[in-house]
Design a protein around this ligand. Sequence first.
Ligand code: XMP
Length: 517
Amino acid sequence: LVLIVDFGSQVTQLIARRVREAGVYCEIHPFSKAEDAFARLAPKAVIFSGGPASVPEAGSPRAPQAIIDAGVPILAICYGQQTLCQQLGGRVEGGHAAEFGRADVEVLATNALFEGVWETGRHYPVWMSHGDRVTRLPDGFRVYAVSDNAPYAVAADEARRYYTTMFHPEVVHTPDGARLIANFLHKVAGIAGDWTMAAFRAEEVSRIRAQVGKARVICGLSGGVDSAVAAVLIHEAIGDQLTCVFVDHGLMRQGEADEVVGLFRGHFNIPLVHIDAADEFLSALAGLDDPEAKRKTIGRLFIDAFEAEARRIASDGRGPVEFLAQGTLYPDVIESVSFTGGPSVTIKSHHNVGGLPERMRMRLVEPLRELFKDEVRVLGRELGLPEAFVGRHPFPGPGLAIRCPGGVTREKMDILRQADAIYLDEIRKAGLYDRIWQAFAVLLPVRTVGVMGDGRTYDSVVALRAVTSVDGMTADFYPYDMAFLARTATRIVNEVKGVNRVVYDVTSKPPGTIEWE
Ligand code: XMP
């Protein structure tokens, strides 16, 4: 087992995921509780995450000294590197140019971390994200890699098995990062890798049974992969104690409601209740334009709909519905709340996490809470979901409402739905659907002047978004060729009444997010 000490980085769970990929079981614990966890779990290796705090500032988090002194191998990343070096007698300073994004490191010497991956004298791309830096290494440390702005990109004390990186090896934008982490686990710490998704399925089924007991559960299906996988997994665990509910909020894409209901009832043969709640959602959203207010309103209405359905189900006299199941994923958790009690910052209230009203009476079952999107896809295949369904692009719970900055109206949803359908149609025709992680149209609250035929137009702008990603935590915009964009823009302007201009979003994440709200 590996202990990950969390200093509140947005990407701590990516470390866990890289460790799982290497076939090793791990647990994340916040720095404030790490000493207890360490004593209880007796891990064979420890990883310190990054974090948003600044080591030179008074009161910033420190790693438990007992862990540092225990003699187990430690991999310390970014903030973890800084606090470890400071605690071992080195020095950390702020005030340097902050560095975000890609950097190239040069390898100066080899060590166990680099074995079979990095060679001396060569350059490799990595992902940096930091303000402070270590300016003096502790005794016994040596530099193994440098970059222009990072004199200690990799520094280690091989004798004491302390390995530190200034960059983030856990993100996919550090292409060799997973192999460096695997080397730390297998070569430095000597841990074998035999953990699998089949093991996860079996563990989750017994965890769900233990959590739920004889109680009844309803599961909100959104039409996306996550809630479907959650539903099938929970059904495997508790059978007809589960009822699935599909709330159509009028913020779905074209044809989606029919597809979801048909596919779910047909393929899975799990009972499904279909609720048409478009009027309630659209009237509650009228006049709201703050993104968080929109998200929270949608979250509240979902819960109202689920609670009403729970009461209806319970009226058969076979007992109350005590649990609400959701397909919440890790990125939803980390970007919504500081779940560790550590210092990570709220980016958005995802409706199925931070958007839940406090007064909700049902308890939550969230079997995918530890997983990332692509891990959910692996689990979906493991559970026998059809490939076409497993490969669907993600679709957010709040639906098209968060792709329409400003107020939402039925008319705007209609325009957006049409533009989005044309865009996805062109993507499919070009054979690009599976190469893109997620693609959608956004309807901007901006009108611009155009000319069509001999007339002046004054209509809306549609922005197109397409990204590649592995887990939704970081993403790059998709580099279409211009002919594709031109073809799609022409179709949208010609076929969708009310739109006279199309733009393409070329922002990566970070600094953008994938959705616009
Ligand atoms: P962002 O915009 O935060 O999105 O970069 C990352 C991924 O999460 C999806 N997303 C959501 N999924 N409920 C969901 O189920 C939500 O409230 C929500 N908000 C964003 C988004 O579509 C992308 O795949």
